[in-house]
Design a protein around this ligand. Structure first.
Ligand code: GDP
Ligand code: IMO
Ligand code: MG
Length: 428
């Protein structure tokens, strides 16, 4: 059995949680492999809405075991809160959640640093979620990070905290004029999470590998998305991890040969939260319509999402980079609100046409979208459950997306509810 990856093809919020929830019906394990609580994944079950930031979406499906992989950065306070909130809503979490002992911790000084970094950047700010994600990954790579397992060794914990704070406290006091962090106070704070973490801590990669060898279904749930990938995204306006398919292997502890289906999720239009280039962004009434009808406000920070037309240049680049085998298209119902649909199939960069995402960041900033216009359908599609039930214009639109991206659709989402989808089982 091989693992299935579900990942975003744009700048996040494509509906990965919704797609994972649908696919989790048949999964035994659902694993997060990158990012932290910068994510916000929404799952609608009837009248209930769940927004998970750190715990995989699979938790909402009874019996599914969820893992937080080594590639994730974990804020223990957020973890405790999320577990408690879900349990209060009647979802059994503690017996079904495992956290990798290698996962790095987000500490209060990372969050404070995140804020300072953004302030220093001024107009060039990234627009982070201010959850301490970047500084926590920096510490991981700099080899001064603290990991989940460190919470169980008092001596090492204090020693590592002292080491991690040596430079940071100099920065807080000398540059930012703030009080330093006390390593012993932070040690006590972290020790208070022992009880929560002890039964959860595991080698999650080993769990997933064993499950795959036993022929059990494993779903890897991407957070953020390909164009926010630290290597392949619109750097520096990216996150600090690798949400793309390669990151799934490293962040979940799964050998590349055990990756099977790669499901690329895209909206029927495009959104972005935070700063950075977005060639198809709309500043007009149509952009407002997409935001209003699609309820495009961040699930984590509540910020209004920037909205624009579907950018097949950018999404196509992501599809090829990840080697997507199937696609999931979300928010098709939202396009019912616009009369005519534009789809970006190329860019003009300084007078020259290109069909690919420019390697040069400067060129991307100068890119002007070249559109193909497709007719709208002006019909409510939320009740459609088979592709044939869609109006002809909508069928043409989804067919166009498949053809341009070179992969078949396995799911077309026509609303946020569990049953509001056209599910097509392609080659599985
Ligand atoms: P994620 O971060 O990729 O999991 O996506 P988010 O949860 O941040 O944002 C997606 C939003 O769109 C959520 O509010 C979902 O409930 C909603 N949603 C998902 N699929 C559809 C759809 O097909 N139609 C509509 N109208 N809403 C959808
Ligand atoms: P999900 O999983 C949308 C964006 C931030 C910012 C940039 C860097 O819900 O799709 P960070 O806090 O990671 O250092 O911020 O990345 N960003 C997201 N945008 N959805 C997300 O997650 C995001 N996670 C980070 O807005 O532009
Ligand atoms: Mg989201």
């Amino acid at each position: 059995m091989s693992a299935t990856v579900v990942l975003g093809l744009a700048w996040g919020d494509e509906g990965k949680g919704r797609v994972c929830d649908a696919m989790a019906r048949e999964a035994r394990y659902v694993a997060r492999y990158s990012g932290g609580n910068n994510a916000g994944h929404t799952i609608r079950v009837g009248k209930e809405e769940f927004v998970v930031h750190l715990i995989p979406s699979g938790i909402v499906r009874e019996g599914v075991i969820c893992t937080i992989g080594n590639g994730v950065v974990v804020n223990p306070e957020v973890l405790a809160q999320e577990v408690e909130e879900l349990e209060e809503r009647g979802i059994e979490v503690k017996s079904r959640l495992k956290v990798d002992g290698r996962a790095h911790l987000i500490l209060p000084y990372h969050i404070r640093l995140d804020g300072h970094r953004e302030k220093v950047l001024g107009k060039a700010k990234i627009g982070t979620t201010n959850r301490g994600i970047g500084p926590a990954y920096e510490d991981k790579v700099a080899r001064v990070g603290l990991r989940v397992q460190d919470v169980f060794d008092d001596g090492i914990l204090r020693q590592k905290l002292k080491g991690a704070l040596r430079e940071k406290n100099a920065l807080f006091t000398n540059v930012y004029g703030e009080e330093p962090f006390d390593p012993d106070e932070l040690a006590e704070y972290l020790l208070s999470f022992q009880e929560l973490l002890e039964p959860m801590m595991a080698d999650t990669g080993a769990l997933l590998r064993d499950a795959l060898y036993r022929d059990e279904e494993v779903l890897l749930e991407g957070a953020q998305a390909t164009l926010l990938d630290n290597d392949f995204g619109t750097y520096p306006f990216v996150t600090s991890s690798n949400p793309s398919a390669g990151g799934a292997c490293v962040g979940a502890g799964i050998p590349p040969g055990l990756l099977g289906e790669v499901v690329g999720v895209t909206k029927a239009y495009t959104t972005r939260v935070g700063d950075g280039p977005f060639p198809t962004e709309l500043f007009d009434e149509t952009g407002e319509t997409l935001r209003r009808v699609g309820h495009e406000y961040g699930a984590t920070t509540g910020r209004p999402r920037r909205c624009g037309w579907l950018d097949l240049v950018a999404v196509g680049y992501s599809a090829r980079l990840n080697g997507v085998t199937t696609l999931a298209l979300t928010m098709l119902d939202v396009l019912s609100a616009v009369e005519e649909i534009q789809v970006c199939t190329g860019y003009e960069v300084d007078g020259e046409w290109t069909g690919g995402l420019p390697l040069s960041q400067t060129d991307l900033h100068h890119a002007k979208p070249v559109y193909e216009t497709l007719p709208g359908w002006d019909v409510d599609v939320t009740g459609c459950r088979r592709r044939e039930e869609l109006p002809e214009e909508a069928r043409d639109f989804v067919g166009f997306v498949e053809e341009q991206l070179g992969a078949p659709l396995r799911m077309i989402s026509v609303g946020p509810e569990r049953d509001q989808a056209i599910v097509e089982r392609v080659g599985v």
